[in-house]
Write a protein that binds this ligand. Structure first.
Ligand SMILES: *[C@@H]1O[C@H](CO)[C@@H](O)[C@H](O)[C@H]1NC(C)=O
Ligand SMILES: *[C@@H]1O[C@H](CO)[C@@H](O)[C@H](O)[C@H]1NC(C)=O
Ligand SMILES: *[C@@H]1O[C@H](CO)[C@@H](O)[C@H](O)[C@H]1NC(C)=O
Ligand SMILES: *[C@@H]1O[C@H](CO)[C@@H](O)[C@H](O)[C@H]1NC(C)=O
Ligand SMILES: *[C@@H]1O[C@H](CO)[C@@H](O)[C@H](O)[C@H]1NC(C)=O
Length: 337
């Protein structure tokens, strides 16, 4: 009677798949002349069937499966891999040699796992261009993660628990275009940390605990187009902070503790709001509507088209003007306060 059950099992396990003709039965494989994509999503795995992957797999998606471990010897089955997407799993650690032998891997996405600490040189072995570690539980970022001449263009560490960022990690990432450090616990940006990122275009620092930014922070970031500083504790910005950001199109400073802007801060930003849906957000700050607010008031009047939510840029003090949009203030009111 047992053979009833055993027979199909034996057929299944002795089913041979040779090299490029495999496809794990729980996955979907797309073959084309220059790429083989394998998608295994929303399936419960205990052990992933690496031995059944097409040997010429170039993109592998194992997402939302509760996968809790992955090892270098498993990935040896797919030496041509270019993209590895592992988001929405239960990975809590990665072996240091995981990417060894993946000499074509340019994209690694580990969004939404349980990573807390990673071995020092863990991303050193592959020529990564895109590295996404969003929404994990990382406490530290290691200076040795990336190789010396890394060609990385996108590094995403958003949604972790980082309280500091090693300057050395960001040293000489000359190709980096997009850096996301949002929603961490950063209290300050070490001086010079962005200085060797000449191609940086998008910088996400929102949702941290920054209370100030050094006036030279962006001095070598002249290619910045998007700068996100909202949802921090910023109370003061140096007058020269944005000097030289001639390509800056989007600037978010909302939800901070700014009560005034130094005269000249937003001048010489010719590209602000140059595209659709772009501009400056200064809303939800406790603006103090005294003499100092005149610069901001004039600037808002001259740049209304590029200002998001102008009605939410309101006076917090003095009491007589509390809740008033700054744009609605009259010259008389500004003089008398
Ligand atoms: C991978 O193998 C399949 C099946 O042999 C083939 O059709 C496809 O062209 C191959 N793809 C690549 C990128 O070599
Ligand atoms: C495969 O070729 C298509 C069309 O020529 C191209 O768009 C795609 O980027 C190529 N994919 C890879 C992985 O080289
Ligand atoms: C992953 O685990 C969670 C919690 O145990 C469960 O609700 C979910 O269905 C699992 N996902 C898969 C694809 O099995
Ligand atoms: C970066 O790209 C250059 C040129 O393509 C290459 O020689 C170098 O090996 C790459 N660096 C890494 C770490 O992959
Ligand atoms: C901005 O980017 C361009 C093109 O990627 C590059 O040539 C230039 O050197 C960068 N700007 C600076 C100040 O490095």
């Amino acid at each position: 009677m047992d053979s009833w059950i055993l027979l199909p099992l034996m057929v299944l396990s002795s089913y041979c798949c040779y090299g490029s003709l495999c496809c794990p039965h729980v996955c979907i494989c797309h073959f084309s002349s220059n790429a083989t994509e394998v998608v295994c999503s929303n399936i419960a795995f205990t052990v992933f069937p690496y031995d059944r992957l097409p040997s010429n797999t170039t993109s592998l998606f194992i997402e939302f499966t509760n996968l809790s471990s992955i090892f270098a010897h498993q990935l040896e089955a797919v030496p041509l891999l270019q993209e590895l997407h592992l988001s929405g799993n239960q990975l809590s650690s990665l072996p240091e040699d995981l990417l060894k032998g993946l000499v074509h891997l340019h994209t690694l996405d580990l969004t939404g796992n349980r990573l807390e600490r990673l071995p020092a040189a863990v991303f050193n072995h592959a020529p990564l261009v895109n590295l996404v570690l969003r929404d994990n539980m990382l406490l530290t970022a290691d200076a040795e993660w990336l190789p010396a001449s890394s060609n990385i263009t996108w590094l995403d560490l958003g949604g972790n628990r980082l309280s500091s960022m090693p300057t050395k990690l960001l040293q000489d990432l000359t190709k980096l275009e997009r850096l996301d450090l949002s929603n961490n616990r950063l209290e300050k940006l070490p001086a010079g940390i962005l200085d060797s990122l000449p191609n940086l275009q998008r910088l996400h620092l929102e949702g941290n605990r920054l209370s100030s930014v050094d006036q030279s922070a962006f001095q070598h970031s002249s290619n910045l187009t998007h700068l996100f500083l909202q949802e921090n504790q910023l109370y003061k910005l140096p007058a020269a902070l944005f000097q030289g950001l001639h390509h800056l199109e989007v600037l978010s400073l909302n939800d901070n503790k700014l009560c005034s802007l130094q005269s000249g801060l937003l001048d010489k930003l010719p590209a602000l709001g140059s595209g659709a849906g772009q501009g400056v957000d200064l809303s939800q700050n406790p603006w103090e509507c005294k003499v100092d607010v005149v610069y901001l008031w004039k600037w808002l009047r001259d740049h209304q088209k590029v200002v998001f939510f102008p009605e939410n840029i309101q006076c917090d003090s003095p009491e007589s003007l509390k809740g008033r949009p700054i744009l609605s203030l009259t010259e008389e009111e500004l003089k008398t306060e």
